[in-house]
Write a protein of this length. Structure first.
Length: 167
């Protein structure tokens, strides 16, 4: 399992960038008192490691890598890509830590060639959404997280004003 967690088509205007909280939620199976139960968990993916895709009108416009996902996405709100994308997707090699509500560092593990190839194919299909692929791909053994709206949507102007006050 190369990709541990991911989120697709997140809205940057539903994130409170000032508090560095890139929050997602998912129902995860956990063991409580010897029983497996499914519980909703919210995780802050700000420090997640992996790749991300900037999207405009449901089309990928940029793919990048990051050691701190939240910081990198926030950078793109004000850099040369500002105003040229309206959503983002991300794919992380970090596992969600349900106890702390953050991500754990990826471990050093050996992966089979089949796992790597299946994961790369799934990522390619999820990012490019090619017209001739019939099935909607999923990433083997990874958990998809839905975005948690941590603030009211802001306009690009409001974000720029916020950033200018911090300079």
């Amino acid at each position: 399992m190369l990709i541990k967690s991911y989120g697709e088509f997140w809205n940057p205007y539903l994130t409170d960038w000032a508090s560095q909280n890139l929050e997602g939620k998912a129902k995860l199976e956990v063991v409580r008192r010897g029983k497996r139960v499914r519980q909703m968990h919210e995780i802050n993916f700000w420090d997640a490691k992996g790749i991300y895709v900037l999207i405009n009108d449901f089309k990928p416009v940029y793919v990048g890598k990051s050691d701190h996902l939240g910081r990198r996405i926030a950078d793109h709100l004000v850099d040369r890509f500002a105003g040229r994308w309206d959503m983002f997707s991300w794919y992380s090699v970090c596992r969600a830590n349900t106890t702390s509500g953050t991500t754990s560092q990826p471990d050093n593990r050996r992966l089979s060639m089949d796992t790597i190839i299946q994961t790369l194919e799934a990522l390619g299909i999820l990012i490019a959404d090619p017209a001739l692929n019939r099935k909607r791909e999923s990433i083997p053994d990874a958990t998809e997280y839905e975005q948690v709206a941590t603030s009211n949507p802001k306009s690009v102007r409001e974000y720029l004003e916020l950033i200018l006050t911090k300079l």
